[in-house]
Write a protein of this length. Structure first.
Length: 464
């Protein structure tokens, strides 16, 4: 079914997935707070990623590093001088625009064959972008004017200061990614984990980018959470590992998360788009309501990062292969995924509006293992609440449950369907007489009569 982003934004607020940040103070642009169900869904997605890519792989380990780093790290990595967006202002309406984005939108809509298919924005001189905009008479998307200021680069890293002084000697940055900690800690992890190449280090954590044009709800935000892997392999084996990671990442989306395969595709970067140090880069794109857009980046970064940090820090970040008795700097495969973007994709994929002649309602058909609430426990009348609470106390030790005793049973069913709860358990008079309950399935509406003493086994088979 076709879903509009406005529907998702309204639904997310109504059902406690995502709220506008600082709303009672008139909100703060591009800030979002994850509500009771959004925060649990986010944790479930994160845990599923860790389980798939760390727990179930014997050549992976996990890191949780500090947000602040020695600022020299960002000089070495190239972020201080190269992490910027090409910006220009519309002289008519005063809107600030990203030149690369309005060019991309124009090229997509017009199927312009003259634009390089995979234009590498970070390597394209501003004057080339300006010439293209003028040659094609590209208009401002807000007022349709065509008079723009010169394009200049806008740094994306947030700056702050440590200690008392607020001068350059105390300057530090909020991290724009989570990868550099993995490279800096490569030798530490190698020593303490006793891993051997090929192996990988995963990290989940907050990152910050001063995006000039954030938008589309939580798709592009200035504060976000990354799930990132650096997988170290022997030079020459990198292309093979890159292909394997592409497969593993796609399988995670389709099999673990349950996204529709028809809404996913690979986009391999062309030679003109690749970074100078990369042997291969691929995006997994999802068909969002606003266009096909990247969801997951899988890059072959060769030995660029480790070599750069070795040169600057003078630390030895090479690897000695005891089998082949040789020493080398490992190549790196980097699958990088934004958690908030995955959450949005999961909701979009699961959102289903059911319409009949009598009513219209939403069912969030999310993978039961990822659902924020696994079991809704509903006494059919309030006088049975004590019996229902005993069941809640038992099952909530194993799964996330929610107790609800208000409204008619039909309305309660609809509410739990909307937040994606796969099973509702109804406590009725048969519970008192026979010690049985009715369990309703979200997707089929079929009902099972289950003995209370067998509930744990029943749900273990469905949810674990």
């Amino acid at each position: 079914m076709s879903v509009e982003m406005k529907d998702i934004v309204d639904f997310a607020k109504l059902r406690g997935f995502v709220y506008q940040g600082s709303e009672i103070y008139g909100w703060l642009a591009n800030t979002w707070d994850y509500g009771p169900y959004g925060s649990i869904l986010k944790e479930n997605l994160k845990n599923a990623w860790i389980k798939s890519f760390v727990q179930e792989k014997n050549n992976m380990t996990l890191l949780d590093a500090a947000i602040f780093m020695n600022p020299q790290t960002w000089v070495t990595s190239g972020h201080v001088w190269g992490f910027a967006d090409p910006l220009m202002d519309c002289k008519s309406c005063k809107q600030r625009l990203r030149a690369d984005k309005i060019i991309e939108e124009y090229a997509e809509k017009s199927n312009d064959s003259e634009m390089p298919k995979d234009w590498a924005w970070e390597k394209t001189p501003p004057e080339n972008l300006t010439a293209y905009i003028k040659d094609k008479w590209i208009k401002c998307p807000f007022c349709w004017g065509d008079d723009f200021t010169e394009i200049r680069q806008f740094g994306l890293m947030f700056k702050t200061h440590q200690w008392v002084l607020e001068d350059n000697s105390a300057l530090i940055y909020l991290r724009p990614e989570t990868a550099q900690w993995i490279f800096v800690n490569f030798a530490n992890v190698l020593r303490t984990s006793r891993k051997k190449v090929p192996f990988g280090i995963a990290q989940v954590g907050k990152a910050f980018r001063n995006e000039i044009t954030p938008g589309n709800f939580v798709f592009r935000t200035r504060e976000f959470e990354q799930m990132e892997i650096e997988f170290f392999c022997e030079p020459g084996s990198d292309i093979e590992w890159h292909e394997k990671w592409k497969t593993d990442c796609m399988n995670f989306l389709t099999e673990t998360i349950g996204l529709n395969k028809e809404n996913l595709r690979f986009r391999d970067h062309g030679p003109d788009e690749l970074s100078f140090y990369s042997n291969a880069t691929s995006d997994i794109e999802y068909k969002f309501p606003f266009w096909w857009w990247e969801l997951w980046w899988i890059a072959d970064r060769t030995d660029y990062d480790l070599k750069a940090h070795m040169t600057e820090s003078k630390a030895d970040l090479s690897y000695f292969d005891p089998v082949n008795n040789k020493k080398y700097i490992p190549y790196v495969i980097e699958p990088s995924l934004w958690l908030n973007r995955l959450l949005l994709t999961t909701i979009l994929s699961a959102y289903d509006k059911v319409v009949t002649e009598e009513w219209e309602r939403v069912v969030l058909r999310i993978n039961p293992k990822l659902a924020p609430v696994k079991i809704g426990i509903l006494p059919i009348v309030k006088k049975l609440s004590d019996e229902a609470m005993k069941i809640y106390d038992s099952l909530s030790k194993k799964w996330m449950c929610e107790f609800d005793e208000t409204w008619a049973i039909g309305k309660r069913y609809y509410r739990f369907d909307e937040i994606g709860t796969p099973y509702c358990l109804v406590v009725d008079n048969d519970t008192v007489e026979n010690w049985t309950v009715t369990v309703r399935d979200r997707d089929t509406w079929l009902q099972d009569i289950v003995k209370v003493t067998e509930l744990e086994e029943y749900f273990r088979n469905k949810l674990d």
